[in-house]
Write a protein that binds this ligand. Sequence first.
Ligand code: M6R
Length: 364
Amino acid sequence: DKDGHRHFMAKEIHEQPEVIAHTISRYIDGTSKTINLPNGAFDFAKLDRLTISACGTAYYAGLVAKYWFERWARLPIEIDVASELRYRDVPWTKDGGALFITQSGETADTLSALREARKNGQQIASVVNVPESSIARESDIVFPMAAGPEIGVASTKAFTCQLAALACIAIAAGRQRGTLSAEEESELVSGLLEIPRLVAEALKQSDKIETIARDIAKATGIFYIGRGVSYPMALEGALKLKEISYLHAEGYASGELKHGPIALIDENLPIAVIAPVDAHFEKTVSNMQEVMARDGKALLISCKDGIARAGEKTWANIETPKSHPLLSPIVYAVPIQLLAYFTATTKGTDVDQPRNLAKSVTVE
Ligand code: M6R
């Protein structure tokens, strides 16, 4: 049942305020403004390293989480896609933990990486949407997310719920390791509690994004750039576009553009710039200006303040609500998803069942 939407993907995009709220309610104690992890979770104070692994969109959720664990918990992170981690000769540490992220819990590469970590004495945790899945069963601890069934092949609500759960886990890790003060924890918890409302707010840009997508659909391709936590979001934005609109898209760290790909820039290759007003804003904007100076079309995705500061001469802007700066990926996921969705509907592709893809990839 698509609940009045044309596609499951649209329905699932619009469910996000609700399912993110459900997910964080599994972790947050609203009165004390603290995070509680399920019983039996890692003792983060004793871990000497955390290895994170997943595939596709779930991997990008892990990449965002790397910034969070490093910042809040000062915990060394190893991260790789499961299909590589599994075949590398990883020098596993003695007190290591391994965290796997998966919507379906059945992704073959992720399951093999989990078994490899287990064989090497790591404690195993997972963030899984399907509680009765293989990966959930083979984990020592399952961190819940409450996205509900995701039907569209493109992961949308599972991604933002993964992020919400991972933010909670990283905050709790920071508290256990003594690297995050009680004030910082309560500030982050307040930031998280605001996210469902901000995501609902971000959804209101839908019509504007549909208009922009009509032009994107005519482009030869699109680049996404971002820095810090917005870098994995650039990768995710590009994946989402490729997957459902078949438009060639690439995600780059903002600073990498000048090391090669800038040579591709012309008026037929728009650049979407993910630029929340955070510690990296000025730098990312200057990367955007390098593109504009070469006749590139820049699409700035930022908050009202960011657009006032840098959006005057851009090709187009998408306004996205301001959140706690490190939590911005959960909100910026929305314009990214809508841009892919409307580019696909403009081109008339099969949004929910894109060619060559399966919802859960059970071969290695
Ligand atoms: O079920 P999983 O989360 O393990 O799936 C991982 C990837 O196959 C998945 O995220 C894929 O990249 C999506 N189709 C992206 O939208």
